[in-house]
Design a protein around this ligand. Sequence first.
Ligand code: SF4
Length: 229
Amino acid sequence: MHPDPENPWSYIKGLEPVSFCDWPGRTSLVLFTGTCNLRCPTCHNPDLARQPETLPGISKEALLRRIRSKGSWLDGVVVSGGEPTAVPGLKEIILAISDLDLPVKLDSNGFYPQVVEDLLQKDLVDLFAVDVKGPYFRYPELTGGRADPEGARDNLERVFALAREWPERFVFRCTRVPGLTEEDLDLVRSYLPPSHNLIVQQYRRPPTPVGETPGEAPEQTDEQGASRP
Ligand code: SF4
């Protein structure tokens, strides 16, 4: 079923009840939101990003019941995707998690800085993990033509400005996809606020082919082993 823009809960298309690596140092439950503004050729979970209507959903009630049932085990909830900040009404989901007294980590590509800022100002997210795809000039190829260099720069510079204000609330990551050079990574490092180091994610191919073209979708892992579409 297609997600309903009037119902943010309908965008939740996956759940991992217990994860030890998606929020390093914490035991977390991970929610996966289905939708994304980008079309990265190396996306690990293209169905989630491109055709979430093909994936089963979970009702708000069932979801909150699952979280409550795991509550005593959990140190937090990770909201991942797809791109969570592209979900209309995302705040409603995060507010409901906060009402359960669970900290929230949000994974994002940084293209909706206004959503990030709103969540920060309302103190609803404890940690943003922002994926920088590469140097701005390479965004068109790295995002399947969905982002131009100027748009990438505008959005990410707003996110970096927020990270200067709230340094402890951000980590920045970059996946070394095929063709990304050491010079590219240095350029990405130069974008970050001085308070932040770049987490370079290695990738390895998933055990079973995913995506439209077999072999195009490597698994991405960061230093702590956390996976990310
Ligand atoms: S890798 Fe992330 S940003 Fe890129 S298409 Fe997949 S979900 Fe979207």
